[in-house]
Design a protein around this ligand. Structure first.
Ligand code: C5P
Length: 229
């Protein structure tokens, strides 16, 4: 079986969550968010992880991931999520033990409670030939699009919220990021970059539990969920 390497981006400042501790090191269910994320991905089929962290935090991250069940490498992130992912991909290419991998996942450390079956579905879709795959959920709220003239309701039955881990053929994702560097474009997720190369994106079922822990409310929900598992 092809090995799977997960790029876990955790270099964000986490200002919306507040507090002094960097978000990825905040505890949920008795362990730091980044440890929970790596464990969740490993449980879903990732064989190794490259954790992308903020400058100066390498010692802390190394410590909290010392007991990870898969090999973990560390690399410093960039000013944007996109740059952080690119740094993670470069770290894979530079590592003799990871450079042979053809299937990569890109995951927000902030989605620490992603159930293993979501990761497994993404991996299976890429193994089945998808160049890019994203887990999605239905949109439960009624959505209004606003513009200068006012606002109007959008047909939510046609909308999906996109989560991570997203799965890719590594060569295609590397090419997609190389293209972004040339064009200077910014994307909010990696699937958009791959799609811009002309590859269709396969959708698989995500989970409400894979929500992004962003604000204090989310951390409280995550804590309650983790306690119930
Ligand atoms: O800011 P946002 O919620 O979109 O961040 C999503 C993920 O990307 C988080 O896990 C965050 O740590 C990561 N990120 C990063 N490098 C940045 C900005 C965000 O690794 N420069």
């Amino acid at each position: 079986m092809e090995p799977v390497v997960a790029v876990v981006v955790a270099a964000g400042s986490g200002v919306r969550l507040g507090g002094r501790t960097p978000k990825a090191l905040r505890f949920v269910g008795g362990r730091p968010l980044v440890s929970a994320s790596v464990a969740a991905l490993a449980a879903g089929g990732a064989d190794a992880a490259v954790v992308v962290l903020a400058e100066g935090l390498q010692d802390d991250f190394q410590q909290v991931l010392a007991d990870a069940t898969v090999p973990v490498r560390f690399v410093v992130g960039g000013a944007t999520r996109q740059e952080s992912v690119a740094n993670g991909l470069a770290a894979i290419a530079a590592d003799p033990e990871l450079a042979g991998c053809r299937l990569v996942l890109v995951h927000d450390a902030a989605r620490a409670l992603v159930p293993p079956e979501v990761t497994a579905r993404v991996i299976a879709a890429v193994r089945a030939g998808a160049r890019g795959c994203v887990p999605v959920t239905a949109v439960v709220d009624t959505i209004r699009e606003v513009d200068e003239g006012g606002s109007h309701v959008v047909d939510r039955s046609r909308l999906r919220a996109v989560q991570t881990p997203q799965g890719f053929d590594r060569e295609v994702l590397v090419e997609a990021h190389a293209r972004l560097r040339v064009t200077g474009e910014h994307v909010t997720d990696d699937a958009a970059a791959v799609e811009a190369l002309g590859w269709p994106i396969v959708l698989v079922e995500g989970s409400r539990e894979a929500f992004k822990i962003t604000e204090p409310f989310d951390l409280a929900v995550a804590e309650a969920l983790a306690g119930g598992r």
